[in-house]
Design a protein around this ligand. Structure first.
Ligand SMILES: *Cc1c(COP(=O)(O)O)cnc(C)c1O
Length: 232
């Protein structure tokens, strides 16, 4: 068994256990394998173990990997910061974008989504920690952004995403994840029908599952410690 396949099995076991502990059905949590900085061969290996969803942070790197793996049926998620000059490539190649925090970027994606593809699935990124440097819309501004994005014809607004600041304080982490879940519940009370709560990474995904995550984004636990954070 290769390292990636052993890692995937271990992660699936931990996700199942976290779901059981939370009294949630395991089918409710989707595993997104974050393959940023790793070669297409690693993705191919994970795909051979049944992994279908992959997350990328850098547009060109992701698109190059997709081209190398065009023979596989994979679902690609864009999870990194997105600048307006890169929206076209994202609209043309990805199935999901988790990191929408501005109206302008959402509008461009909707305009640029090719007609032969299904609508682009979208999560709004919310800054639940209030860190100045972090991406994400402020929780108080999320509803207004959601109402705008919902109108865009070539997007399908599916839910919310957050990256809380890393913390050894379990209570604090739980509160951050709960902030996102409560916001989802409020918006669903307004009729949004969100089915996706994208939260939890290698260091905190079990806490995220306890607080209601439906998508966990794991890189390190599947592929190992990244030697660099960006492809350049
Ligand atoms: C890199 C990254 C991840 C994966 O992080 P790990 O700690 O390696 O699991 C998840 N989400 C986002 C947005 C990322 O940029």
């Amino acid at each position: 068994m290769t390292t990636i396949s052993a890692n995937l099995q271990a992660v699936r076991t931990r996700i199942a256990a976290a779901c059981a502990n939370a009294g949630r059905p395991v089918g409710e949590v989707r595993l997104l394998a974050v393959s940023k900085t790793w070669p297409a061969s690693f993705v191919r290996e994970a795909a051979a173990c049944g992994q279908r969803d992959f997350g990328e942070n850098f547009v060109r790197e992701g698109v190059e990997k997709m081209a190398a793996l065009a023979d596989l049926e994979l679902c690609w998620h864009f999870i990194g910061p997105l600048q307006s000059n890169k929206t076209r490539l994202v609209a043309e190649h990805f199935a999901w974008v988790h990191s929408i925090d501005r109206e302008r970027i959402a509008e461009r994606l909707s305009e640029q989504r090719p007609p032969h593809l299904p609508p682009l699935d979208i999560c709004l990124q919310v800054n639940v920690s209030g860190e100045e440097s972090k991406g994400g819309v402020a929780p108080q501004a999320a509803a207004a952004l959601a109402r705008t994005v919902r109108q865009l014809p070539r997007l399908r607004l599916r839910g919310l995403m957050a990256i809380p600041e890393p913390s050894a304080d379990g209570d604090l982490l739980r509160r951050r994840f709960a902030t996102l879940r409560n916001l989802r519940d409020d918006l669903n009370g307004e009729g949004f029908g969100f089915d996706s709560l994208s939260m939890g990474m290698s260091g905190d995904f079990e806490t995220a599952i306890r607080e209601g995550a439906t998508v966990v984004r794991l890189g390190t636990l599947i592929f190992g410690t990244r030697v660099k954070e960006s492809p350049t």
